[in-house]
Design a protein around this ligand. Structure first.
Ligand code: ADP
Ligand code: ADP
Length: 235
């Protein structure tokens, strides 16, 4: 298993709207693809932040990723080990691309390689060709179309050969016609790279139509304790 979680929980206290995300059991195999579906506020981003090793759970019986005991790293406060693992093994596609405006598209795609400490210009060019943005490599992000920018973000998320790609609503900023293309390219490129893929979406019908298995969360209105709960479970 690439990812194996048991008894994981993360809560936001806050007086106004206490919220808890619960993951009783969740496994994801190497190279596996999955769409995480849930309405806005159901905890999709919270889950992806935890899986990106960027936000610690409040409780975790087990949190294994890429053969490492992440729960233990957190317990011992090994932020450096987590950052290193994130840099080498995880790729992220943000909602609106998140390209750095002052760098060329080529440098943007190569950023994940530089952070992971292994540059590979051939791979940057190959990904750009596969994603149809080879002619844009010398340009700045502002000179690209919205769809081209999102394709560059996909290339960047894969350039350092991660084992897991996380995409949080990657079609939020593109036209509906382009949303299909983004999700299709994302799945195709992750498969080609052998990377597992988790896409958070509030549009499970689209993901399903494009061949993504869908995992929907269960949401529970606040109970006697006043805490709204969202449960993601799958083994
Ligand atoms: P989604 O990505 O599905 O829209 P989120 O994970 O962003 O859901 O949010 C889940 C719930 O947690 C929401 O009720 C949100 O208001 C709350 N929440 C998210 N981040 C924080 C935070 N930093 N502090 C307090 N509450 C938060
Ligand atoms: P926009 O200008 O509206 O942002 P794009 O620049 O993303 O749109 O391009 C529009 C269309 O071109 C999309 O539907 C996209 O699927 C398609 N496209 C371009 N290159 C490729 C490619 N290499 N593989 C798949 N589709 C591509």
């Amino acid at each position: 298993m690439l990812l194996s979680l048991r008894g994981v929980r993360r809560a936001y206290r806050g007086d106004a709207a206490p919220f808890a995300l619960e993951v009783p059991a969740f496994d994801l195999a190497e190279g596996e693809v999955l769409a995480l579906a849930g309405p806005s506020g159901s905890g999709k981003s919270t889950l992806l932040m935890m899986l990106a090793l960027a936000a610690p759970p409040d409780a975790a019986e087990r949190f294994d990723f890429a053969g490492q005991d992440i729960a233990r790293h957190w317990k011992l406060g090994r932020g450096d080990a987590l950052a290193d693992l994130r840099a080498r093994r995880i790729g992220v596609v943000p909602q609106t691309g998140g390209l750095l405006p002052f760098l060329t598209v080529e440098a943007n795609i190569g950023l994940t390689q530089r952070i992971a400490g292994r540059t590979d210009a051939d791979r940057v060019r190959l990904l750009a060709e596969e994603l149809g943005i080879a002619a844009q490599l010398r340009k700045r992000p502002a000179e690209l179309s919205v769809g081209q920018r999102q394709r560059a973000a996909i290339a960047r998320a894969l350039a350092h050969r991660p084992a897991l790609v996380l995409a949080d609503e990657p079609t939020a900023s593109v036209h509906p016609e382009l949303a299909d293309a983004v999700l299709t390219l994302l799945k195709r490129e992750c498969a080609a790279a052998g990377a597992a893929l988790l896409v958070a979406t509030h549009d499970p019908a689209r993901a399903e139509r494009l061949g993504y298995p869908v995992l929907a969360c269960r949401t529970h209105a606040p109970g006697a304790d006043g805490i709204a709960r969202s449960v993601f479970e799958r083994v």
